[in-house]
Design a protein around this ligand. Structure first.
Ligand SMILES: [Ca+2]
Ligand SMILES: [Ca+2]
Length: 208
């Protein structure tokens, strides 16, 4: 079994032989691959699957991905762009495949890098439901006042109250960490307007 693995290797062969089996993880492999990804390069004269060159009936691939710039047929793995791989989506998918998702295996230090192995909750990627399109963030979730990883009208009500001076006990906000969307040190009508835009969807506006 190959589980929780990644490779960024540069793999190359000039051989044109039919018996040259090369791919991101293995030439031939009768087993299971789970919660893994490949984001390297493969140079080969004959096309094959991305993770395992020759997939057989005994090869199972679950929740595993390869970068879409690789010369490959999809096989049993899933193609994904570098942008999506770094966006937090891949990290969230890999972590969500764990038998116990509360134990952190995959994390990310920034939304411009690829997933890596982290055990600190500081680097857990969160999926945020907001407007039409979910997005991903690390650690805190801006705009989420009640910690339910959804940004909606419940949160907006608190923002509106906070913007006219209400504290948390009165239905407003107390934490700059989730409420100061433009990082100017205050919670005001600008932050409330930004949240409303994000909730209304239809754009790719994200609270990060
Ligand atoms: Ca919320
Ligand atoms: Ca602000």
């Amino acid at each position: 079994m190959i589980k929780n693995c990644f490779s960024s290797s540069v793999i190359s062969s000039s051989s044109t032989s039919y018996s040259t089996y090369i791919a991101g993880f293995a030439g031939a492999f009768a087993g299971s691959i789970e919660d893994s990804f490949f984001n390297g390069t493969i140079t080969r004269s004959r096309n094959g699957s991305a993770l395992v060159y020759s997939e057989g009936f005994n090869t199972t691939v679950t929740n595993s991905y390869y970068i879409d710039t690789v010369f490959a047929t999809a096989g049993k793995s899933t193609s994904m762009s570098a942008e999506r791989m770094k966006s937090g989506e891949l990290c969230w998918l890999l972590q969500n495949g764990q038998p116990d998702t509360t134990v952190l295996v995959w994390g990310q230090s920034s939304l411009t890098s690829y997933p890596k192995f982290y055990t600190s909750e500081n680097w857990r990627v969160r999926k945020v439901e907001c407007g039409d399109t979910p997005y991903y963030n690390i650690g805190k979730v801006l705009g989420d006042t009640n910690g339910d990883f959804t940004v909606n009208s419940v949160d907006l009500t608190r923002f509106m109250k906070a913007s006219v001076g209400f504290g948390y006990a009165d239905g407003g906000l107390s934490e700059l960490t989730v409420g100061d969307l433009n990082s100017d040190g205050t919670i005001d009508a600008i932050d409330a307007a930004m949240l409303e835009m994000a909730i209304s969807g239809g754009t790719d506006y994200k609270l990060q």
